[in-house]
Ligand binder design. Structure first.
Ligand code: ATP
Ligand code: MG
Ligand code: MG
Ligand code: MG
Length: 563
């Protein structure tokens, strides 16, 4: 590749609209351009990085025996109606009509469609099956932001496992878990597997791969001491085991009429939102006092409601500013309302302890002994975060860290819900037809790209790990008008290319300083500078982007050093 012929529109200054490095630098270094909020064009350098990321993901999928397919991006409504998700997906699903008036959707995920293909597997003898694709997903995100981090169309590698039973699913899930660990290592993303909630996917459990970063939109709780890690939506205390006596989940009489569970409380935020499980709950027991944080999911209908700060059990409409204030320092797209109550846990296992408990299913968490009328007060997320950061958690008795993180991947144990709905059955060992047990496994490709930049950059620009860099080497002609420099540079460029090194030659008629700046900004791992001074003693300079270290190398050794 010749820089003089590539479209790499680098900018001299930081674009005003972008804060996060993964957004700012991809714009500034000429990788992406914004068409509209949530819609980005990928320019040549970005396409090369995307291809590298996809190749790494593909090689790990192939290594575990998964088969690549490509299913449609535009779906008839029917399979979505059969699974019940035509309604459940709400406004996040792009919907359209064809010329006959039939309903269609742009695929936001593909469980239903893969289950349709799986109807033909036939016999249990052909299980397990592992299938995957790279496909554009469309999601009408309420708040697209951060360049490639959250867009309304993006490439996902989504994979699906089909097994005869739950044990089979466990094995498939473990295989993807291991593959994801390798993928993120190879991509240079320090992702942490965390317990997560399954959202609209449903199913028995899920694990998110989370890259700690200030710009992340999720919060994770983890304890480096014992390896415990969970999304705050999901973080669990050591809930009392059966023989510990009744725990949080045990139903008991309640002091407040009409309020039996957190679900009941949340229902006040809007029946629809609660039914859709879009209200997520975090419960914190602090010095024997219960702190409740209700997190509003993306589709919650009612920014307009707030638990009455004065203690009324009913919810009342609140002014948006009032909500903002009470949300305090809670950043990101979710709202939070804190409710502090008196001791609620009669059981000895948790009395006086500090514990963090959440329920993805809001009805799983029961309130006991709460006098909502008397004691409800508004707390802030910041309070909770501060306290949580300094406290041992019952899970491993070590301090927990609460950190912002980027969700780069998510794997789900789905069970047989989709197979039942779509009729994906096989003949089992007993000759009976049995529904397939499924898992699904997703990685956002462009989000991974932005995350790598977020993790690998400095004040001069991007610092790509070699494995995903658009080119490994940039040969810079320091004086492009000089025939000797050009000849030496061109022959190095040809030799590197012949040796299989991905190389670009910066043959532009520009000052060396401009070329150095662009090579650094775009993050190419090695720069080979060919200039008059070096040629005088038969050398070129090799500069490593990550360290800035420069070494002189005899011209005929350059290729060997970079191969
Ligand atoms: P988020 O919580 O960030 O909205 P999600 O939980 O909705 O993500 P999944 O349905 O689990 O996403 O999809 C699998 C992966 O797809 C995510 O882990 C992420 O890497 C990627 N992804 C999801 N939504 C987007 C988006 N709007 N833009 C870019 N990548 C996305
Ligand atoms: Mg989402
Ligand atoms: Mg998520
Ligand atoms: Mg997810």
């Amino acid at each position: 590749m010749r820089w003089s012929q590539m479209h790499v529109p680098t900018l001299r200054d930081d674009p005003a609209e972008a804060d996060a490095a993964g957004h700012r630098l991809l714009l500034r270094a000429g990788y992406v351009r914004r068409l509209a909020a949530g819609h980005y064009s990928l320019l040549p350098l970005a396409v090369r990085v995307r291809a590298k990321i996809m190749a790494i993901v593909r090689s790990e999928m192939d290594a575990m025996g998964a088969q690549e397919m490509l299913l449609p991006a535009l779906h008839p409504a029917e399979p979505w109606r059969r699974s019940g998700r035509w309604e459940l997906m709400g406004q996040e699903m792009f919907r359209l009509h064809d010329r006959r008036g039939a309903d269609h959707a742009l695929g936001m995920t593909h469980e239903e469609i893969f289950a349709t293909v799986a109807r033909e597997i036939g016999s249990y003898r052909r299980l397990p099956q592992q299938w995957y694709q790279f496909q554009t997903k469309f999601r009408d995100e309420p708040r697209p932001k951060g360049g490639l981090m959250r867009t309304r169309e993006f490439t996902m590698k989504d994979a699906y496992s089909f097994d005869l039973d739950r044990d089979g699913l466990d094995a498939s899930f473990a295989a993807y878990h291991a593959a994801y660990t390798r993928i993120f290592e190879r991509l240079g993303i320090p992702a942490l597997p965390v317990e997560a909630s399954s959202g609209t996917m449903g199913g028995a459990g899920s694990t998110e791969f989370m890259c700690p970063a200030e710009v992340g939109e999720d919060l994770i709780v983890h304890s480096p001491a014992c390896g415990y890690a969970a999304n705050v939506e999901r973080a669990t205390s050591r809930l009392p085991e059966a023989d510990d006596g009744p725990g949080l989940a045990a139903p008991e009489p309640f002091d407040t009429p009409g309020v039996r569970t957190i679900g009941d409380l949340a229902a006040g935020f809007g029946a629809q939102a609660a039914a859709d499980r879009q209200i997520k709950t975090l419960v914190y027991v602090l010095d024997g006092r219960l702190t409740l944080v209700l997190l509003r999911g993306d589709h919650a209908l009612n920014e307009q409601k707030l638990v009455d700060a004065t203690g009324a059990a009913e919810l009342r409409p609140a002014h948006p500013d009032e909500i903002k204030e009470s949300l305090g320092a809670f950043p990101g797209s979710l709202g939070a309302v804190g409710v502090t109550g008196p001791p609620v846990l009669a059981d000895e296992a948790l009395r006086g302890r500090r514990a963090m408990v959440t329920g993805a299913n809001i009805d799983d968490v029961h309130l006991r002994g709460v006098d909502v009328e008397r004691d409800i007060a508004v707390g802030t997320w910041a309070d909770l975060r501060e306290v949580a950061a300094g406290e041992p958690c019952v899970r491993c008795g070590e301090p927990l860290l609460v950190e912002r993180a980027i969700e780069v991947g998510h794997i789900f144990k789905l069970g047989d819900r989709y197979a039942r709905a779509l009729g994906a059955e096989v003949l089992g060992p007993d000759g009976e037809r049995v529904p397939l047990v499924m898992g699904s496994y997703g990685i956002g490709i462009e989000r991974a790209m932005a995350t790598i930049v977020e993790v690998h950059h400095d004040d001069r620009g991007i610092v790509w790990p070699v494995a995903v860099a658009p080119f490994t080497v940039a040969v810079v002609l320091a004086q492009p008008g000089d025939a000797e420099v050009t000849a030496a540079g061109e022959s190095l460029y040809a030799a590197l290319g012949a040796a299989g090194v991905e190389v670009v030659i910066d043959d532009r008629d520009e000052r060396a300083g401009v070329k150095f700046r662009d090579a650094e900004l775009t993050g190419i791992p090695y720069r080979v500078t060919v200039g008059r001074r070096g040629l005088a003693d038969g050398t070129a300079e090799i500069t490593a982007r990550a360290t800035g270290d420069t070494v002189k190398a005899p011209l005929d050794e350059v290729v060997a050093r970079l191969r």
